[in-house]
Design a protein around this ligand. Structure first.
Ligand code: CMC
Length: 429
């Protein structure tokens, strides 16, 4: 069997053989298919890249039909159970698990770069009292590029490494300060003796106590949530990082593009919509009526369904388990009962079974975040912090990929042509 496609152009009767590699054709090969000399050639039309591979990547593997998610070949379930977020960040970026010395160096580097320049603190303090924390994060990460102008030298691997360390280290600091800002509380400086998640919790919640020690179970649950959100191959924000990064801009600016994409409700905001939905349903006895409304097309069951997963999202299973640990400390979120009943009914109902609609990562994560005292505006910030590791792994892969070019899609022009311009005094008279 030859790995190729034979394509016949019915306009001309010509046949073309297009090589197939890894189940894909090169879109550029289609441009040889022309109806005439002044024809630019055939192209593909694919808004939202629903069936177009934009890169080769060895970072994250997803099999949506089977509900499999792996980072660098390691199943997400094993990483969530046995690893730490910093180890996973190392794995994503470097491609292999660290040995003891590598891990200790990495942990030390990240821990000691958590502080930010005092001028950046003043910059953040300049926001209005009600500024959205994700908007503050977006702007402050962009501002970081001005503090590290050498970051523009992306060809130097040591320099790249330093910027990646800085970004992973400073994200919790900026995220926590954006949170404190909204509460009118003083910003808390990092504590280098704490773990990544423990330090983040301290910067969020520390008040007058000399030392803030987070409950181990809560720090562990947050760590698991960070691991689950660390990467998810070519989603909207990762594509934004790669697209902006393809101009060879510094990694702070490329990461800012990822944060901006994540800010949008279709990407990072579904867990907030789940909480609103659960609150609206109000009690377990109303679940049946709600499901009927969904089936009639009046509502959407938020936190269900996924573009890629046509099975249980493996991250949802892990988060559901983490709920128990968190609620053991914080007390059960009363909305959990409604969520569990919704899931039970939906998984047995023909409408959802037929359409392969299962709980996704957002179905239970909002419940945990709420139990940890986060307001909904913080949910996307909590997503952006760990996803920075994935964005940077993808950015590093992009920079080293000889196949990559500056992102510049084609368009199908549908507007007017060669109109005659009429000056304002004639048009308006
Ligand atoms: N509730 C009810 N019906 C649904 C739902 C839902 N949540 N999701 C899909 N459907 C139905 C949809 O109406 C359609 O039915 P029909 O064939 O009769 O028209 C069918 O299932 C296929 O849906 P689709 O809209 O073509 O699927 P999609 O792949 O374009 O959409 C989705 C995926 C995630 C946008 C969608 O499932 C959805 O809106 N879910 C709720 C929002 C949500 O939870 N989003 C978070 C996604 S996970 C985020 C991440 O991984 O970062």
């Amino acid at each position: 069997m030859t790995d190729s496609l034979t394509v016949k152009d019915n306009r001309t009767g010509h046949e073309y053989e297009l090589p197939l590699t890894d189940g894909t054709i090169r879109a550029a090969d289609l441009s040889a298919i022309k109806a005439g000399d002044d024809d630019p050639g055939v192209a593909t039309y694919d808004p939202g890249f629903t069936n177009t591979a934009s890169c080769r990547s060895a970072i994250t593997y997803i099999d949506g039909e089977k509900g499999i998610l792996e980072y660098r070949g390691y199943p997400i379930e094993q990483l969530a159970e046995h690893s730490t977020f910093l180890e996973v960040a190392y794995l994503l970026i470097h491609g292999e698990l660290p040995d003891k010395a590598q891990y200790e160096t990495w942990e030390h580097e990240i821990t000691y770069h958590t502080f930010v320049h005092e001028n950046l603190k003043s910059f953040m303090q300049g926001f209005r009292y009600d500024a959205h924390p994700m908007g503050m994060l977006l702007a402050s990460v962009g501002a970081l590029s001005t503090f590290y102008p050498e970051s523009r030298n992306i060809a130097d691997p040591d320099n790249r490494h330093m910027q990646m360390v800085r970004l992973i280290a400073k994200m919790p600091t900026l995220g926590a300060w954006a949170f404190r800002h909204g509460q009118g509380k003083p910003y808390v400086y990092p504590d280098n003796e704490l773990s990544y998640a423990g330090n983040f919790l301290a910067m969020l919640f520390k008040m007058s106590e000399h030392k803030f020690e987070a409950d181990e179970r809560l720090a562990k649950a947050l760590e698991i949530l960070f691991i689950l959100h660390a990467d998810h191959e070519q989603n909207c924000s990762t594509n934004a990082v790669r697209s902006v990064g393809s101009s060879q801009v510094d990694p702070y600016s490329a990461t800012t593009a990822g944060i901006a994409a994540l800010y949008g409700p279709l990407h990072g905001g579904a867990n907030e919509a789940v909480l609103r939905m659960l609150r609206r349903i109000g009690s377990v006895d109303k679940v049946g009526d709600f499901i009927t409304g969904v089936k009639n097309g009046d509502e959407r069951l938020m936190g269900f369904g996924h573009r890629v997963y046509k099975n249980y999202d493996p991250r949802a299973t892990i988060i559901k388990k983490a709920c128990d640990d968190v609620f053991a400390v914080t007390g059960v979120n009363p909305l959990l009962e409604i969520a569990v009943e919704l899931e039970r009914i939906a998984l047995e109902d023909e409408y959802f079974v037929e359409r392969k609609l299962y709980p996704n990562v957002d179905f239970y994560s909002g419940l945990i975040y709420e139990a940890l005292s986060f307001p909904p505006e913080m949910f996307t910030v909590l997503f952006a912090i760990p996803r920075t590791a994935g964005w940077l792994a993808q950015w590093r892969e992009l920079v080293d990929d000889k196949d990559q070019k500056i992102a510049r899609p084609k368009q199908i022009y549908t507007g007017e042509r060669t109109l005659e311009f009429t000056p304002r005094d004639q048009r308006w008279s």
